[in-house]
Design a binder for this molecule. Structure first.
Ligand code: CA
Length: 183
């Protein structure tokens, strides 16, 4: 009876801790980024602001790719702690505006910022940011670029070729051994 109670208490504690960890994760999806506007005003763009205002605006502007499913790391590194090279260029262009402009019409300023960074190649992979945005690859990740997923012949059929050669070798060896045992 006592051990049953202890097990029950342990299970309850485990469930509670899982709940807490989960709640903490959801709280901070994106990092807070401190920006200094052209008028010298320092401002914190919170994770909530990236997620609820800036990302949805970009999803609406880029129509050739559905960024909704992939947008998490558009500006941020894979640990979601800081900006990737595209995020750095984006914030730099954002800082050319004044706080007043940003405060009055955030969408206008974010739109201008997007236009100002479109022709840059932030990750230096040979594709401009807008080419990558339209193709659904990350403009801040040099290992992700348009055409990367079009596999070449070896990537696509290399595995089958190796298996085919192995099976053929087994057959050849089988016949050779058969002959040797017959003679
Ligand atoms: Ca690029």
């Amino acid at each position: 009876m006592k051990s049953a109670l202890i097990s029950l208490a342990t299970i309850v504690l485990l469930l509670l801790s899982i709940g807490f960890v989960h709640a903490e994760e959801e709280e901070s999806a994106y990092p807070t980024i401190t920006v200094t506007f052209a008028d010298g005003k320092v401002y914190n763009i919170t994770g909530k602001m990236w997620g609820a205002t800036i990302y949805p605006y970009i999803e609406g502007r880029i129509t050739s790719f559905k960024w909704m499913d992939k947008i998490t790391y558009l500006f941020f590194d894979k640990s979601l702690k800081g900006l990737n090279p595209y995020g750095v260029d984006f914030v730099r262009a954002l800082e050319k505006h004044t706080y007043d402009e940003f405060n009055k019409n955030i969408f206008l300023v974010v739109g201008d910022t997007l236009n100002a960074t479109n022709e840059l190649d932030s990750d230096h992979d040979g594709y401009t940011n807008i080419q990558e945005l339209n193709n659904g690859t990350y403009p801040g990740d040099p290992t992700d670029y348009p055409g990367k997923n079009e596999k070449n012949f070896w990537d696509q059929y290399g595995g089958y070729t190796v298996i085919g050669v192995l099976i053929a070798s087994v057959f050849v060896l089988y016949f050779i051994f058969n002959r040797m045992s017959e003679s």
